[in-house]
Design a protein around this ligand. Structure first.
Ligand code: F6P
Length: 357
């Protein structure tokens, strides 16, 4: 079992479920340390027993560690200075064969799952995927684990900002995660009573944002909460980058700063005192909600069951109330985005929340 990419609350529930259900079948389980990097380190893979997963259900992070580096197919992920481009996927296969492993369970977002799919297609490694990301943008499943906890963390933060915003009659801009998809901004923004929600799927018109805030003021609500996904951008404009791919130590660009950008424009153009809060990685940490613990457990058990049936090259998924599986090839490379004209946005817009359009 391997946890790739960034962490998400519920990873330990998945690891625990994989280990416990596999041990109950009399199998042997190994954990790969630090995502795919573990395959290239002599001590990067270790056997996992019951004591390794004791007491971890309620904890954030991952006891296996995770990493965006170590893509076996080569990437710039070791930084621009040490560009790694060679294909090391045969080494992964050799390591798996040497250990006598029958299946590799990979938890990850779109990028990690795409690597897993390639490992099966090109190296014949039997893989089972589990959809993970707080952003909830993996397609083929109703929800990824980690998303519920991130939404709850963001909702709690918005609640706290609400009272101080009202006391000072200020605009509070809250920047939440969501690189490509605005699920966290939409759901936490709505749950926290946000007045404006800006998401990547609906490029915003700043005048509409300003109008909404001024309109509230004109109607006796002198404060506003503006919830902005990090990947939101104005119509005809661009996402705000904190660190470019060329500058970053990982070779991946980092978004961030749209909250400050929106806040300073609001203060300047609407003449309303404005403050900004960036929630950042607070959304990735902390104890998983009961939903993420349960979903992680169901996904972990579902993955072991797929492996037992030899149904590899597939990802476990939630559809309605049921755990199902879908071919990995059908889900990777297709992000699940918020539908700007879907029911969820419609409901939130119908109660007067502005999307900057
Ligand atoms: O993929 C989830 C996510 O939370 C994105 O919204 C965000 O851009 C990214 O992780 C940041 O990850 P890191 O700081 O670990 O590179």
């Amino acid at each position: 079992v391997l946890t790739g990419g960034g962490d998400a609350p519920g990873l330990n529930a998945v690891i625990r479920a994989v280990v416990k259900s596999a041990l109950n079948r009399g199998w042997v389980v190994f954990g790969v340390q630090d995502g795919f990097e573990g395959f290239f380190k002599p001590s990067g893979i270790r056997e996992l027993g019951p004591t390794d997963v004791r007491g971890i259900l309620q904890t954030g992070g991952t006891v296996l560690g995770c990493s965006n580096r170590g893509n076996p197919f080569g990437s710039r992920s070791d930084g621009p200075a040490r560009a790694v481009r060679e294909d090391r996927s045969p080494e992964v296969r050799e390591r798996i064969e040497a250990l006598g492993l029958d299946a590799l369970v990979v938890t990850g977002g779109d990028g990690t799952l795409a690597i897993a799919a390639r490992l099966e297609q090109e190296q014949g490694i039997p893989v089972v995927g589990i959809p993970k990301t707080i952003d909830n943008d993996v397609s083929g499943t109703d929800v990824t684990f980690g998303h519920d906890t991130a939404c709850q963390t963001a909702t709690d933060a918005i609640d706290r900002l609400h009272t101080t915003a009202a006391s000072h009659q200020r605009v509070m801009v809250i920047e939440v995660m969501g690189r490509d998809a605005g699920w966290i901004a939409l759901r936490a923004g709505a749950a926290g009573g946000g007045d404006v929600i800006l998401i990547p799927e609906i490029p915003y018109d700043f005048d509409a944002v300003c109008r909404k805030v001024l309109d509230r003021r004109g109607h006796g609500a002198p404060f506003s909460l503006v919830v902005v996904a990090e990947g939101a951008f104005p119509a005809g404009g661009e996402k705000v980058r904190m660190v470019s791919a060329a500058e970053s130590a990982t070779g991946f660009e980092r978004l961030g700063g749209i909250g400050a950008f929106v806040a300073s424009r609001l203060e300047r153009e609407c003449r309303i005192e404005t403050r900004v809060t960036v929630l950042g990685h607070l959304q990735r940490g902390g104890s998983p909600t009961h939903r993420d613990r349960m979903l992680g457990t169901r996904y972990g058990v579902g993955a072991v069951e797929l492996a037992a049936k030899g149904l590899t090259g597939r990802m476990v998924a939630l559809r309605g109330e049921e755990i199902v599986s879908v071919p990995l090839a059908d889900v990777v490379g297709k992000l699940k985005l918020v539908d700007p004209n879907g029911e969820e946005v419609h409901a939130v817009e119908s109660i007067g929340v502005g999307f900057g359009r």
